[in-house]
Write a protein that binds this ligand. Structure first.
Ligand SMILES: O=C(O)C(=O)C[C@]1(C(=O)O)C=C[C@@H](O)C=C1
Length: 306
């Protein structure tokens, strides 16, 4: 039974994602995303489940940066989890008593409309996770009055649900990924995604366009692109790419080889089955057979057999 680290404590969306991705796994709660990934790197856990992006908030930048800069890890699976927020309070708490609210920053952003409308004077503060915030509110003598959290955390920590469905949108989804230490890749399924981190060799006109061209000329569809600062000064960025397909596919392999030549560094973050099972688009002339046929043709020309 694998042991997987996750953003704890019990009751986070991350735990719900882990339960669905690996129902039989032993669960190791971690204090934050960095600690969960650290456990996967050091072998304390066999892997980790962490949030990567949210349909309202966008990228979970801590995860992106950890995957880009920390010791190498491979994404081996993903899950799209609908997220629904509740406001949890100690039993008996009434509206005028709710003065200090805590939660994960991504959850706070997604409930901004409710907070501004219903409790505009409350102080809203960041906490490492949603369920961690619920646990804190339940702690004796806590200075905090309410937590934005999954409803399930009310049961775990003995809180009441003051309000439910408080997210600004009812259809919010967070994409979680399972990461593992480098090892064998998941088999291609025909509905896969590949994730990469690209560091520019030098900044020049068209540098991003050149990278994008490696995908486009081979008919590889991008599903996400994100720029992140390198930290070396204003205007210095590196790029996260997600594309359709598996590195075992000829067009994806060739696009990645092309990027490798262009980039100062290219980190392969994995090829893994898509959660939505949407089959990869294969444009005319970009199937594996097309690449094999073209390579054979070139070989014949080189051998004077054309
Ligand atoms: O705190 C949690 O429950 C998490 O799983 C983290 C997280 C996030 O990082 O975005 C997951 C989904 C929600 O968008 C809010 C918080």
């Amino acid at each position: 039974m694998p042991k997987l680290a996750y953003l704890g404590p019990q009751g986070t969306f991350c735990e719900a994602a882990l339960r669905r991705l690996a129902p039989d796994a032993e669960r190791l709660p971690a204090a934050n995303v960095g600690a969960a990934l650290h456990a996967a790197r050091t072998g304390e856990a066999d892997g980790a489940v962490v949030p990567l992006e949210n349909s309202v908030e966008g990228a979970i930048t801590q995860t992106l940066d950890e995957l880009a800069w920390g010791g190498p890890l491979l994404i081996t699976g993903e899950l799209l989890l609908p997220v629904e927020f509740s406001l949890l309070v100690r039993p008996g708490t009434e509206l005028p008593q709710i003065k200090r609210i805590i939660s994960h920053p991504a959850a706070i952003t997604q409930c901004r409309g409710y907070l501004e409308r219903e409790m505009p004077d409350a102080l809203v503060m960041a906490w490492p996770s949603t369920a961690g915030a619920a646990q804190e509110v339940a702690a004796p003598g806590s200075p905090y009055d309410a937590a934005i959290s999954p409803a399930i955390a009310a049961e775990y920590y003995g809180l009441d649900e003051f309000a439910s469905g408080i997210g600004d949108r009812s259809d919010t989804v967070t994409r979680f990924v399972r990461v593992s230490p480098p090892g064998p890749l998941p088999e291609p399924t025909g509905a896969d995604r590949t994730s990469l981190v690209a560091f520019l060799r030098d900044d020049h006109p068209g540098a991003l366009l050149e990278m994008l061209s490696e995908f486009s000329v081979r008919g590889v569809n991008l599903t996400r692109i994100e720029s992140r600062p390198t930290g070396d000064g204003i205007g210095r960025y590196f790029f996260h790419f997600d594309c359709e397909g598996h590195v075992a596919d000829a067009r994806v392999g060739e696009a990645i080889s092309g990027l490798r030549r262009l980039c100062a560094d290219l980190r392969f973050l994995g090829s893994y089955p898509r959660a939505d099972r949407v089959a990869t688009q294969i444009r005319a002339g970009t199937a594996d057979d097309d690449f094999t046929e073209a390579a054979g043709w070139l070989e014949r020309i080189r051998n004077g057999q054309a």
